[in-house]
Design a protein around this ligand. Sequence first.
Ligand code: SME
Length: 247
Amino acid sequence: MAHPVKLRRLSLFLLIGLALLAVGVAMLIWSSQDAPGAAVCLVGLIVTVVGVRQFFKQSYHLFRRDPNFQIKHALTRGDRYYMFMEQYQPLIAGQTDEIAVMANTAAALREVFGFFWVGFYLVRDGQLVLGPFQGHVACSSIKYGKGVCGTAWQKRETQVVPDVELFPGHIACSALSRSEIVVPVMAGEEVKAVLDIDSDRLRAFNNTDKNFLEKIMALMAKELYGQTTAPKQDPSPENEAATPSDE
Ligand code: SME
């Protein structure tokens, strides 16, 4: 299914271009306004050409089903998540191996969003153990309730951290990490793993990331464990007011 908002934007672009062209031609033919008519025609032509070019670029990504995750021309982060989810579903459909699914999930997220570090920590023998990831080497294990990851596990809710230095007990696997989001992977009431994404920029994550990443983790958990539960919602004001960082 194509993204309706984006298609509307593209159609509008083409419509304006074609309308300008029509007005320009009408001015040339019926009003003998040669110079203004030619100028309107030219602007109309440029807008139409840009619109057609954009349409082909976008439609390539909107309609393709090849799960290579080359989503480069989406306008906002929300658009990219939308397209990501369309292509993510077929990628993991029928896959039940945690390592395979998590490895592809981390690779796809990094490829599409260019995150600094993306990876999973799996619950193993009462602690979090490093799983499939993309990025620099990271801490091998994290204790229950410790750091951002251990807190997400303990509270069973997504942690959005705009500035890691302000998060008490943050574990700095990389000194370059400035902000972070951690989403628990739930099977029923049980936390099976956490998805950890780091950025080298402050305030890189907002509620768009939280909402979509929770949906993506729910899809993954359904495929892997046959069941899922949304993480608990944190009603605190700072979570609601997370600073937007859409590109
Ligand atoms: N910062 C995390 C540790 C994991 S690394 O960032 C990859 C935390 O505080 O739990």
